[in-house]
Ligand binder design. Structure first.
Ligand code: V47
Length: 383
């Protein structure tokens, strides 16, 4: 496509965005055209981000819990999984899970992000018990747990429907679903990455059922491996379609592929420019998803900071005990303090706001930061 034509088309896209019109598949493809300068794309995405969230940038105080890395699947992009008898393999006891909850509570966490492997020796009651045990002991901590891959496995174990599994987990204390397991929905790519894992149909079935039960969820896209722009746009459009139907997604998190220790180790990690372009494209295409998260663990701190001006309004949290990215070569710190994360946001000129998992403002007691209350959603400047 000649550069002039791409520029004319971009002017038409800018016009649509300024008028609040929805972008098409073709528009999305154009946004990935290198002829469109990243700076201009970023400015347009930033205008949408500021229209939605003013100058606010969100973060939370959270911790990760991966109760086991033993997994029946061998996804080619995964460096975290292990076989049962591998020295790297582990499975946590109830005491270890509780100790993690205690640590989270003592550090003022409002959320535990819980995902792991599909352990062929563990019954459904073990997975459910993790939620129930944590919820009983620490009822104020929101448990954002299990992807459609796990929910599909629980269905296999229990022979229940998706809604029955979700309702049972909610009764145990499940608060919401994280966005993982989405990878790339298009079968051309998914079959190359994780042929046997829950497919796109299952992923959407689970999130639709969760939304219908009143549970909120997040969504992700793993990019920078064997996929092309066409597959990324197709992925975003499928998410937008479910969001039109249910409105249950809170945040979209683009996840850059980290190749170390995976079967795809020969692929180079996406550049910061590719990361920023994907953040911006996501903000423009997902016009019905409220938040775009720049996950600092995956992007690196500096790129996540820049992303707050390229369409992102959330930087994720303090993140204790992250393993999935660190096993795959992430060199980001294992944890940031809340003061540091707030300073990093302020440095970008944005106003840091601590949120809970459902994007409600958190007020901390200055005399004891581990005591907090939930406020109403943040009022934006000019509203
Ligand atoms: O589904 C696995 C990805 C996801 C690699 O909901 C990899 O708030 C890159 O979903 N390189 C799990 N990515 C992480 C996830 C997530 C993270 C932060 C916040 C939220 C949220 C969700 O990580 C997996 C997969 O797509 N992943 N291995 C890798 N080598």
């Amino acid at each position: 496509m000649p550069a002039t034509s791409a520029h004319q088309q971009f002017a038409a896209i800018r016009h649509k965005v300024e008028n609040g019109e929805r972008l098409s598949r073709e528009d999305g493809m154009l946004l990935y055209d290198p002829a469109i300068p990243l700076q201009e794309l970023g400015e347009l995405a930033n205008s949408v981000r500021e229209r939605l969230h003013g100058n606010v940038a969100y973060y939370n105080i959270n911790t990760h819990l991966n109760p086991t890395n033993v997994c029946i699947y061998r996804c080619r992009f995964c460096a975290f999984r292990s076989d049962l008898r591998d020295p790297k393999g582990y499975t946590m006891s109830t005491e270890q899970v509780l100790a993690r909850g205690e640590e989270a509570y003592e550090n003022g966490c409002t959320e535990m992000h819980i995902v792991g492997g599909l352990h062929h020796k563990m019954p459904y009651s073990w997975y459910r018990g993790i939620i129930e045990t944590l919820h009983r002991a620490f009822p104020t901590i929101h448990l954002k747990a299990w992807t459609p891959v796990e929910i599909g496995w629980f269905q296999f174990l229990t022979k229940w429907s998706v809604s029955e599994v979700l309702a049972d987990l909610r009764e145990a204390g499940l608060g919401s679903l994280p966005g993982g397991g989405a990878e790339i929905f298009h079968a051309e790519v998914r079959d190359q990455l994780c042929e046997h894992k829950a497919d796109a149909h299952k992923w959407f079935e689970v999130h639709r059922a969760a939304h219908q039960l009143g549970l909120r969820s997040n969504c992700t896209m793993l990019y920078g491996h064997v996929e092309q722009a066409f597959h990324r746009i197709d992925h975003l459009l499928r998410l937008r379609e479910l969001q039109d139907e249910t409105g249950g997604f809170q945040t979209f998190i683009p996840l850059a592929f980290h190749p170390d220790n995976t079967e795809l180790a020969e692929i180079k990690k996406p550049s910061a420019l590719a990361d920023l372009r994907t953040i911006a494209v996501a903000r423009l295409m997902l016009d019905n998803v409220p938040h775009i998260k720049a996950y600092w663990i995956m992007l690196g701190i500096e790129t996540a900071q820049v992303a707050l001006h390229y369409g992102a309004d959330d930087i994720d949290g303090t993140v204790r005990h992250e393993l999935i990215y660190h096993d795959a070569g992430a060199t980001t710190p294992e944890l940031l303090t809340s003061q540091r994360i707030s300073d990093l946001i302020e440095e970008t000129g944005r106003q840091p706001v601590e949120r809970d998992t459902l994007y409600r403002h958190i007020h901390r007691d200055p005399s004891d930061p581990k005591l907090w209350t939930i406020g109403s959603p943040v009022a934006l400047a000019g509203n």
